[in-house]
Design a protein around this ligand. Structure first.
Ligand code: 3EB
Length: 308
């Protein structure tokens, strides 16, 4: 359905949406992310937007070039409004998972950090057009790329998903205004179920407890705190859905976003002592949405054997 690459070009031509992100892979052989379906897929291309869909799910991306003189909140608002409208028209009105990528995430633009401007535009579009704000907000990631347009990568469904919070963390959509004029619009995790499997999509998770960043300047400690948050999300998923993820965790896939590649050894060491060490990990260089955050982890855990 779609192919995603990180900092390198995709070596073959593929008949589906390709999403290129300038997030250099820090180690290991170059990987691409491939989304597949076991039923017929239809593709759709329009200006800056490409998607692939089956009868119950759509995946795709919107690319928004930033024009000079236009602030990131306006660009983000327009992109999200367009996305939500298209998804509704096509019959996939339920957001399942969103990834947001754009350059210079921590730079100021006209007196406000670009991440905060992004949050303002996203919040405006979502509060205007979502029927169930904030409970229908999906898990998300927002990471700073080295270059490129604003890219909104989306997974949406014909039927709703279940969105979860993390008891160790305040819901991001309830963060106080110290973190920006509008709160970040996302859930800590999303659970989807089909006839074949149950999936847990874990949002970008960082060293934040309550709403406060922990362990500034300490990548190893931040990693340990992040792993505690991931474990809390697992427990919450089990509690809310009855899904036991213990077995499925073996096939879990994680992206570890790292601000400075030289903290990789510390982060690896911290992960080595955690249950994540035996899972599929890819390390990507990217900037995080708070200056003090040095790393962030997102995950996808699928199981064919959950009780439904
Ligand atoms: C946090 O918990 C860390 O704005 O979409 C993580 C995942 C973070 C998604 C977003 C932000 C976002 O607030 C940052």
């Amino acid at each position: 359905m779609a192919v995603m690459s990180f900092g390198h070009t995709i070596p073959v031509t593929v008949p589906c949406p390709t999403i290129r992100l300038d997030l250099p892979q820090i180690d290991g052989p170059p990987l691409v992310e491939v989304w597949t379906a076991d039923k017929p897929v239809a593709m759709r291309e329009s200006a800056g937007c490409s998607m692939a869909m089956t009868d119950d799910v759509v995946i795709g991306s919107i690319r928004l070039d930033e024009r000079s003189g236009v602030l990131l909140d306006a660009t983000t608002y327009a992109g999200y409004r367009n996305l939500l409208q298209q998804l509704r028209l096509l019959g996939y009105p339920h957001l399942w998972r969103i990834w947001n990528y754009f350059p210079r995430i921590n730079d100021d633009q006209d007196g406000l950090e670009r991440y905060r401007r992004f949050c303002v535009g996203r919040h405006q579009a979502l509060t205007e057009s979502m029927t169930d704000y904030p409970t229908a907000l999906p898990a998300a990631t927002a990471v700073g790329t080295r270059s490129g347009p604003l890219q909104i990568v989306f997974l949406a469904g014909a039927h709703p998903a279940t969105h979860l919070g993390n008891p160790r963390q305040l819901n991001a959509y309830e963060y106080p205004s110290d973190y920006g004029p509008r709160s970040p619009s996302f859930a800590r995790a999303t659970v989807t179920r089909s006839a074949h499997d149950t999936r847990l999509y874990i949002a970008g998770t960082a060293s934040i407890v309550g709403h406060l960043s922990q362990h500034a300047g300490l990548p190893m400690e931040q990693t340990r705190e992040t792993v505690r948050n991931l474990r809390a999300v697992f427990n919450q998923a089990k509690h809310v859905t009855g899904a036991d993820l213990t077995e499925a965790q073996r096939q879990a896939m994680y992206k570890v976003y790292i601000r400075k590649p030289d903290s990789l050894p510390d982060i690896r060491r911290a992960l080595h002592d955690s249950p994540l060490s035996t899972h599929h990990l890819v390390f990507l260089e990217g900037d995080l949405c708070r200056r003090e955050l040095l790393m962030e982890i997102e995950g996808l855990i699928s199981s064919e054997s959950f009780p439904s």
